[in-house]
Design a protein around this ligand. Structure first.
Ligand SMILES: C[S@@+](CC[C@H](N)C(=O)[O-])C[C@H]1O[C@@H](n2cnc3c(N)ncnc32)[C@H](O)[C@@H]1O
Length: 420
């Protein structure tokens, strides 16, 4: 009989066969946590069908597991300890405490890390259960592919360290922050603030801890360097060429990467990249763009000082800010807008439930909550974006949203219909 679990199992078998056949045909390694196994999925991004078979396996195995656990065991399978061994591994550099390819003992790891041997054994065995490290014989520890990645890839180590030391702590304090500041839209009244016993927003707090700031920046960069954040989507997501010899203000444009890409593609355009002083002073303009891309120190919480540009471009800015501040940032631009000027926002657009794979949607929904945990902000759906423009000023006409194929960030465009 075709029950739900049999349907899932059949689909998993079919999709696994598809992925397996592709890898074998291409002479690529099949998934393995052996220490010499592949560290990434071997399926290239242009292999759309094989990749969707892989994503279906992830979704279906997750669902099958939950169904066979049943509601009670499923709920109770979540434990608050989920991340503790990963925190210990990064905090005490356990993956670095012995070389890849060699074996070691709990006692030697204890000596190398300064932890006691009993705790090392328990952290490692908690990790082994999650397929991080292996214990080929009792009391002997070796790397597998997962712990090898932690030992050899600084960025992955940074990601796990920032997730466990910074984000996990902020998440754990978020409901306590809501109890205390239930309707706050302030970036310093968050789970992160409570977890760190500070009255500062996350980035100001990090100014006191350069190594944590470096690690957090590295983790975020790893995230944005992944598939879907390529600057080609910035180029294709808006008809920049129609602006002719126009000017773009790249507000919060960081080191100018998006503006460099636009200016290279559209030689008639000029860009002004604005950011805070330390960011701007570290920026370097490629010589061939120096007459068309300029940097300027500007705080977007103050009134926009470049008047009459064709486009004010915000890439990945508003998702950091609650509605209160997002409205303020938009209003700060109104005195500078000429009739027909565009506000172009390139940012996350939360999809409708069920429109992505469960696994992909889960990541986005987590990121949405992370924004509350650390900034009191959130990821917006199209309607939230439309509302934001309307609340900022009804003369900002929302022209619509677009999600370029393969891009993680969407485009939201509004036009100034005021008198100037
Ligand atoms: C998430 S990053 C996005 C950077 C860039 N637009 C991109 O797409 O990669 C946010 C940027 O906003 C800048 N920023 C934060 N607060 C700012 C402020 N009050 N005024 C101007 N820039 C600010 C940060 O320095 C950072 O470069």
């Amino acid at each position: 009989m075709a029950t739900e679990i049999m349907e899932l199992a059949t689909r998993i078998a079919e999709n696994t066969a598809r992925v397996n056949e592709y890898l074998l045909n291409q002479n690529l390694p099949t998934p393995s946590f052996d220490v010499e196994g592949p560290l990434d999925t071997m399926i290239p991004k242009h292999e759309v069908e094989v990749e969707s078979a892989r994503v279906a396996i992830i979704d279906d195995t997750l669902k099958l597991r939950r169904l066979v656990l049943g509601p009670r065991e499923y709920l109770m399978s979540y434990t608050h300890d989920e991340l503790i061994s990963q925190q210990a591994i990064t905090r005490y550099r356990i993956a670095h405490s012995f070389p890849v390819g060699q074996q070691t003992s709990f006692a030697d790891i204890a000596t190398a890390t300064g932890l006691n041997s009993n705790l090392v054994r328990r952290f490692i065995r908690h990790a082994v259960i999650k397929d991080i490290f292996m214990e080929p014989e009792s009391g002997i520890v070796a790397h597998n592919a997962v712990s090898r990645l932690l030992a050899e890839d600084q960025v992955v180590h940074d990601w796990v360290g920032a997730s466990t030391d910074d984000l996990w702590q902020a998440a754990a304090q978020t409901c306590n922050a809501l109890d205390k500041w239930s309707t706050s839209q302030e970036p310093h009244e968050t789970g992160f603030a409570l977890a760190n016993n500070t009255d500062q927003p996350i980035y100001s707090e990090f100014l006191r801890f350069p190594e944590r700031a470096r690690r957090f920046g590295s983790a975020m960069q790893a995230f944005t360097q992944g598939t879907g954040f390529e600057l080609t989507h910035v180029i294709s997501g808006f008809p920049w060429g129609d602006l002719g010899k126009g000017t773009i203000v790249d507000v919060g444009g960081s080191q100018g990467f998006a503006s460099f890409a636009i200016a290279r593609e559209f030689p008639a355009l000029s860009c002004v990249v604005q950011d805070l002083e330390p960011v701007v002073s570290a920026a370097v303009t490629p010589p061939e763009l120096s007459n068309r891309v300029k940097f300027m120190t500007h705080d977007f919480l103050a009134e926009q000082s470049v008047v009459g540009a064709d486009v004010y471009f915000f890439r990945w800015i508003f998702h950091n800010w609650s509605d209160k501040y997002s409205i303020q940032i938009l209003r700060n631009h109104i005195p500078a807008l000429k009739k027909g000027a565009k506000i172009v926002i390139n940012d996350n657009i939360l999809p409708q439930p069920g429109s992505l794979s469960q696994w992909q949607e889960d990541r986005l929904r987590s990121m949405d909550l992370t924004m509350t945990e650390i900034q009191n902000s959130y990821e917006r759906e199209v309607d939230d974006w439309a509302k934001l423009f309307a609340q900022a000023d009804p003369r900002l006409k929302f022209l619509g949203a677009k999600q370029p194929s393969g891009s993680n960030l969407g485009f939201l465009i509004a036009e100034w219909n005021g008198d100037q």
